[in-house]
Design a protein around this ligand. Sequence first.
Ligand SMILES: *Cc1c(COP(=O)(O)O)cnc(C)c1O
Length: 394
Amino acid sequence: MNTQQIRQKTEQYVLHTYNRFPVAFTRGKGMYLYDAEGNEYLDFAAGIAVHALGHAHPVFTNAIQEQAGLLIHTSNLYYHDRLAEASEKLAKAAGMDKVFFTNSGTEAIEGAIKAARKYAWLKDHKNDHEIIAMHNSFHGRSLGALSVTGNEHYQEPFRPLIGGIRFASFNDLESVQEQVNEKTCAIILETIQGEGGIYPAEPAFLQGIRQLCDENDILLILDEIQCGMGRSGHMFAFQEYGVEPDILTVAKAIGCGIPVGAFLLNEKTAAQSLVPGDHGTTYGGNPLACRAVSTVLDIFEKEKIVEHVAQTAPYLEKKLDALVRELPWLGARRGKGFMQGLVVTGRPVGEVVQAALGKGLLIISAGSDVLRLVPPLIITEKEIDRLCDILRTL
Ligand SMILES: *Cc1c(COP(=O)(O)O)cnc(C)c1O
């Protein structure tokens, strides 16, 4: 099928919930994607921060191929080797104690919310517990996750959402304190807000939230679905702050394209929350997904991916800062590591994204006016230079 045929069939049969860019990809290699006509695109979107290792990484591809021929699925009624392997590696990488694997990020958030509510319920057997979430946040599209997503536009058509959610302002500790009461069971936030426009938490804010949680026996849920897995220059973004969550959600890059997410609990939370009968999933943590997670973590270690991000990010930041000074349509840069946002002024961000596509560069937007750069974590100075060259022509 050529691009035209692929587009036509897709629009005919797929429910129209996305306005797709007029390009159809058929393969990828490393930092590059190729469309149905063989044109090459430099990938600074990485399937929305998913392809940490780039496309078709040979070790990853071999592992998935081998696992597909061994065992893909068993259900969670039985033990399997890959779950044992992946859960240990992920828990150790995050410094958490227990893992529950899901199929997506939004399901990880659902699990986190249920774990927090159960923890509070076990203390007083009341059903009026509240969760504090942030304005401008994004936690997913299922109803629980949508309920803690601080975006009126996403929520409005789907009310009533789940009850007991209060909103505060990100990086405004006082606004969070104002929402705390005896019913508060959890505070949920992204360590670096992604979809909302790339806003890193300020250290004093995150540390203040942790203290607030400790003083009131409130659980801290950190959503690192986008900013985790090395993207910030640390394995998980929170590790830079000297603050640990009680519940951590991950997805996107942990499976590098195989659909998998997880929520992780510390010992305190795990001991007082979900037990057999409380939560489940047919697919979650199946052998194929766990082999993906396990292999990704092995490659991270072997290829020193996190160190590479930490070493190369200053070069990216320096180049982007120079662009902000040089190009009149760029207002500011925000972000950490390979999760960077450029504020676009005086022209629609969509126009920039569209123009980049025409020049063979894949970038995406965030918020209403931010260019989001979330490339594979394997990028080098060469691709960063190429990115800047293309941005200069837009
Ligand atoms: C992408 C994302 C989600 C939702 O993940 P899905 O896999 O799309 O359900 C939740 N939280 C954050 C921070 C995300 O970036």
